[in-house]
Design a protein around this ligand. Structure first.
Ligand code: ADP
Ligand code: MG
Length: 273
């Protein structure tokens, strides 16, 4: 670690942005980063100069009161909303996302899970993953095209990972709420994204389901970069190493959960509720 820092001092060239220092002083490559992002809706600033750096493989929780801008931030990353100013980069300065369409951004490897599960109720668990794996071609055409052995194996691995291997042939509509959420995470994984954005995964889950979800997300981190928006603080504590608190469109606090939890400003606007 110290070697890397000394090298930078000895070198007049600016540190490449994807090797910027991160919170713990180490230098690891960045996966996704947002620079000075602002979004105005009719003059109202939903996001105000937000900068967010995510290391490769990081599991970051994004918290904050309603209206803080969490969903808007995800919308900007995925191309659903155009920011007024600022930039979003994936892996390198060469991939600036705010100029791209939602489909292009998804194609670069950013997957998003919305709060409400959107599985195909009438199709089996396996078929849902199959549809996700093959991409947007239409249900009928997709299910007719044969899976090759590697694709089949990949779906089986995903079902194992999300704990639904024994439910592969059940219609998704018959799954419990928690299982549908896991299936949707599985469907995201079928598209093999490098970055997963997940909105309120444990809303409506039982305690046991939330615990399994925590295990699942922790097992996925490391290989993928994951951003989770969640209000359930027990859940956030159970998964997060680093937490970013948004408030009124700005980053109010950021750091390890233990530290953020003690921050008086965070307690005042959010945790003290
Ligand atoms: P969060 O997800 O943290 O609850 P949002 O990102 O949904 O917050 O919203 C942030 C703020 O921006 C809120 O005040 C919301 O009313 C406003 N907002 C979000 N989307 C729009 C929009 N399309 N038009 C106008 N205002 C919006
Ligand atoms: Mg929201």
């Amino acid at each position: 670690m110290s070697t890397a820092i000394m090298t930078d001092h000895d070198d007049d060239r600016p540190t490449p942005i994807h090797l910027l220092p991160v919170s713990d002083g180490a230098r690891r490559p960045l996966s996704l980063w947002v620079e000075n992002l602002s979004v105005s809706f009719d003059g109202f600033k939903a996001l105000d100069d937000v900068t967010l750096l995510l290391e490769k493989g990081e599991l970051r929780c994004l918290i904050g009161p309603n209206g803080a801008g969490k969903t808007t931030l995800m919308d900007c990353i995925t191309g659903k909303t155009r920011p007024t100013s600022g930039a979003v980069y994936l892996e390198s300065r060469l991939n600036e996302l705010t100029r791209l369409s939602e489909v292009e951004i998804a194609g670069l490897g950013i997957g998003r899970k919305f709060q409400r599960p959107t599985v195909f109720q009438g199709h089996t668990v396996f078929e849902n993953c199959e549809l996700a794996l093959k991409g947007p071609k239409g249900v009928f055409r997709t299910l007719f095209a044969r899976l090759d052995a590697a694709q089949k194996k990949r779906i089986e691995e995903i079902l194992e990972l999300i704990g639904l291997a024994d439910h592969a042939q059940r219609p998704a509509g018959l799954l419990a709420h928690g299982q549908k959420q896991w299936l949707e995470i599985g469907m995201l994984l079928a598209q093999d994204p490098q970055v997963l954005l997940i909105d309120e995964p444990v809303a409506g889950m039982t305690h046991a389901e939330a615990e399994r979800t925590a295990e699942l997300l922790k097992s996925l981190a490391g290989q993928r970069t994951i951003v989770v928006v969640e209000h359930d603080m027990e859940f956030v504590r159970s998964i997060a190493r680093n937490v970013t608190v948004l408030h009124e469109g700005r980053v109010l606090a950021e750091g390890p959960m233990a530290q953020v939890q003690k921050d008086p400003r965070v307690i005042e606007v959010y945790l003290g509720e």
